[in-house]
Design a protein around this ligand. Structure first.
Ligand SMILES: Nc1ncnc2c1ncn2[C@@H]1O[C@H](COP(=O)(O)OP(=O)(O)OP(=O)(O)O)[C@@H](O)[C@H]1O
Ligand SMILES: [Mg+2]
Length: 369
C-alpha cells in the first residue's frame, strides 16, 4: 500500500538539527510523511536515527527546525501531550504485569473508564492475536509474542503517529521475516502513520513504502525501496544498499542517448545520456544479479563493450543463488550472482574456470566520483 490518501503531508519535518555540545547528531533534515505511510530511517550505527525518532516523540528537543504533525507545531509539547507513541527496541514490558495489564497500563494511567479500558485491551489483543495469552507474564512468552504485546501496548492509546525503534531487533532471522509482514498488516489495519528505525535494509525494504538512507546525521536519499536500489543517488547509497560492483572510470563518449565510460578492465556502454561529464571521472555501479556469465568456450558476446573476461576465484552458495567472485585482468574483483534455477546447476562455472561476464547497457548506474 502506498500513501496516496489524504493529500498533503501528515508529518512534516522542517530543517531539523540536533547538537549535543559541538557534535551535530542530526543535520538539517527535512521530510514529509503521508498519512498512513510506513516510513523507514535506515543507516549504520550512530548516524542519528534514534535521535531523530526521539525528537519526534518529544524526548529530545531539536536545536533547530520544526516538527509539524497534522498541521500542529509540536515545539514545547512534552511526550505525553503528543498523539505519538514510541516503541523501544527492548520493548520495556513490565515483567510483573500480565499481558493484559501491560496493554492496559497507559489507559489506566489516563484514567479511562474501566469498561472502555477492557474493550480496548481486548480489541488490541485480538489484533495481535494474543487473546489466549492474556493472563501470562512476559517471561512466559516467546520473543515474537513479547514483541506483539509491546505493539498492542503502543497502539492501545490510538496514537496518530507510531514510532518504532528497531522493532524486531531482538528476534531471530526467520521470526523477524514473518513478523515484518504481520507488523505491516497490523499497522495498515489500524491505519496509523509509522516512522521506523532500522539498520537492516531488508527489513526497511519489506516494511516501508519509502526509506531515508542516513549517514552522519543527514539524509543521503529518500525514495521507494526500488528507487533506492535501482537509482542510488550516490556512491554511498549504492554501496550501502545491497551488493554492488563499483568501477572508476572516465567518460569518453557523452552523447544525448548513450555514453561510454572507460574503466580499467572494460569499456561500459550505457543506454542513456549523462551529459556534461565528458572527460570527467565517474563511478559505474553494477549490481551482481545484472551480470551474466558465459563459459569461455561459448561464443564471445559480439559487442566488445559491456563484457570482460575473468577467472572464477571463489564462489559462495546461498541456496537461491550463488555469488561468484571473478578476478579481472587488472586484478580487480567482480561479483556476479547466478540464480540456481536447477538443483544440479548443470554447466555452472566452477572455481578456476575462465568465463565471460557481460551485461546490458541498461544495467549500470553512472555516479559522480
Ligand atoms: N544524549 C547524547 N549526548 C551526546 N551524544 C549523543 C547523545 N545521544 C546520541 N548521541 C550521539 O549522536 C549520534 C547519533 O546517535 P543515535 O542514537 O541517534 O544513533 P543511531 O543511528 O540510532 O545508532 P544505532 O543504530 O547504533 O542505534 C551518536 O554519535 C551518539 O553517540
Ligand atoms: Mg538507535
Amino acid at each position: 500500500m502506498n500513501a496516496s490518501n489524504g493529500g498533503g503531508a501528515f508529518l512534516r519535518i522542517e530543517s531539523v538539527s540536533k547538537d549535543f555540545g559541538d557534535f551535530r547528531a542530526v543535520d538539517q533534515v527535512s521530510l514529509d510523511v503521508m498519512r498512513g505511510e510506513i516510513f523507514a530511517l535506515l543507516g549504520s550505527s550512530g548516524c542519528g536515527k534514534s535521535t531523530l525518532l526521539r525528537m519526534l516523540a518529544g524526548f529530545e528537543r531539536p536545536s533547530a527546525g520544526r516538527i509539524v504533525l497534522d498541521g500542529v507545531d509540536l515545539a514545547g509539547r512534552p511526550p505525553y501531550e503528543r498523539p505519538v507513541n514510541m516503541m523501544f527496541q527492548s520493548y520495556a514490558l513490565f515483567p510483573h504485569l500480565t499481558v493484559w495489564d501491560n496493554v492496559a497500563f497507559g489507559l489506566r494511567r489516563d484514567k479511562l473508564p474501566k469498561d472502555q479500558i477492557a474493550a480496548r485491551v481486548d480489541e488490541m489483543l485480538r489484533l495481535v492475536q494474543l487473546v489466549p495469552y492474556a493472563r501470562r507474564k512476559p517471561h512466559q512468552l516467546s520473543g515474537g509474542q513479547q514483541q506483539r504485546v509491546a505493539l498492542a501496548r503502543s497502539l492501545a492509546k490510538r496514537p496518530q503517529l507510531l514510532l518504532l525503534d528497531e522493532p524486531l531487533g531482538a528476534l531471530d532471522r526467520k521470526l523477524r521475516e514473518d513478523t515484518q509482514i504481520e507488523l505491516v498488516n497490523i499497522i495498515h489495519e489500524v491505519g496509523v502513520t509509522c516512522v521506523m528505525v532500522t539498520h537492516d535494509q531488508e527489513e526497511a525494504m519489506t516494511m516501508a513504502s519509502r526509506i531515508a538512507v542516513m549517514s552522519e546525521g543527514r539524509f543521503l536519499q529518500v525514495g521507494s525501496p526500488a528507487d533506492i536500489y535501482e537509482n542510488p543517488a550516490n556512491r554511498f547509497v549504492a554501496d550501502f544498499i545491497g551488493n554492488v560492483n563499483l568501477m572508476e572510470g572516465k567518460v569518453v563518449v557523452d552523447a544525448a542517448d548513450h555514453a561510454e565510460i572507460e574503466c580499467a578492465d572494460v569499456v561500459h556502454r550505457v543506454a542513456h545520456g549523462i551529459t556534461g561529464y565528458q572527460g570527467e571521472p565517474v563511478v559505474v555501479a553494477l549490481r551482481p544479479e545484472k551480470i551474466h556469465l558465459s563459459a569461455q568456450s561459448a561464443p564471445v558476446p559480439a559487442d566488445d563493450r559491456n563484457r570482460v573476461q575473468g577467472m572464477v576465484r571463489a564462489l559462495s552458495y546461498f541456496g537461491g543463488y550463488t555469488l561468484y567472485h571473478l578476478e579481472l585482468p587488472s586484478g580487480a574483483a567482480l561479483k556476479v550472482n547466478l540464480e540456481n534455477d536447477t538443483r544440479q546447476r548443470e554447466g555452472a562455472p566452477a572455481q578456476g574456470d575462465l568465463v565471460w561476464a557481460h551485461w546490458l547497457p541498461t544495467s549500470q548506474v553512472v555516479l559522480k566520483s
